[in-house]
Design a protein around this ligand. Structure first.
Ligand code: IPD
Ligand code: CA
Ligand code: CA
Ligand code: CA
Length: 263
């Protein structure tokens, strides 16, 4: 796989998809619920996934596609080249705010991340990473993450995990809120990973994410030295939903040991 040629191809594909999403602001969109009333999907999520899939199938016939809206392949194993695609990450923001959402794409070969992209469509900001060759914010190379401590950290996490819930001891989350400098919730896992890689937050924590939410961001975040695991400290699972933490290496272990307590 010629990573440089693929990188150029993917950047132009993502920019074209972004253009289509921005154009959709001028049309009426159809909004439906999936697993519950707040789990939204629109015709644009579906159309953008289909747009990517048509191009990938035409130009990379041997590759497989793992997409959130289900138009890709049934992925049960990680061999070969897999494009992990979330056509719109942050659909709730897309619907309600018309901003704060992203296209997220990760290209993995035999389970190893090669290329990662997060495109903030409304701001026209592209974050990308190439395995072994660094991570970039538009054309600017991002620097390795700097040493930090919990008391000076900003942690991104959904507020849901600070109220009593089935999965997590929320007292641990409340202690984290007391101990850090600040908490943030942006509503797009992909953007939160882009912000981690660019040093705007120091950790991003979620109880439940899918491979397409994190695949692109993992490649980018790892290139600047971030640690990405599940809550057991194991490498993130790219075949099914799992817990997920991506953090500055200086605080990753402490977050897991002291604050993140699974029930
Ligand atoms: C969601 C967003 C959200 C996260 C959810 C994801 P979607 O993705 O990333 O921030 O908390 O777990 O499912 O459905 O908008 O692509
Ligand atoms: Ca969704
Ligand atoms: Ca998503
Ligand atoms: Ca999505």
């Amino acid at each position: 796989m010629d990573l440089h040629a693929m990188d150029l191809y993917i950047k132009s594909l993502i920019k074209e998809a972004g253009h289509r999403i921005r154009n959709s602001f001028l049309t009426d969109i159809t909004i439906e619920s999936k697993s519950n009333a707040n789990d939204l999907v629109t015709n644009i999520d579906k159309e953008i996934e289909q747009f990517f899939i048509a191009r990938i199938r035409r130009d990379f016939p041997g590759h497989r596609i793992f997409g959130e809206e289900g138009f890709g392949d049934d992925i049960q194993s990680s061999e070969g080249v897999i494009w992990m695609l979330d056509p719109i990450d942050g659909t709730m923001n897309f619907v309600h705010q018309k901003r704060n959402f992203a296209i997220s794409l990760g290209i993995f070969k035999d389970g190893v991340g090669q290329l990662g992209y997060i495109y903030d469509v409304v701001n026209d900001d592209l974050y990308h990473g190439v395995k072994g060759r660094g991570a970039y914010y538009n054309d600017e190379q991002m620097r390795p993450l700097m040493e930090t401590v919990i008391a000076e950290s900003i942690v991104a996490m959904n507020a849901t995990w600070a109220v009593p819930n089935r999965y997590l001891d929320h007292e641990g989350t409340l202690q984290l809120i007391r101990d850090v400098r600040g908490m943030r919730s942006y509503g797009s896992a992909a953007l939160e990973l882009a912000y981690l890689a660019s040093g705007r937050v120091d950790a991003y924590i979620s109880m439940r994410l899918s491979p397409w939410d994190i695949a692109g961001g993992m490649v980018i975040a790892q290139e600047v030295g971030a640690v990405t695991t599940n809550f057991k400290g194991e490498p993130a699972n790219l075949l099914k939903q799992d817990t997920f933490i991506a953090a500055n290496p200086a605080i990753h272990q402490e977050l897991l040991k002291k604050y993140i307590r699974l029930k």
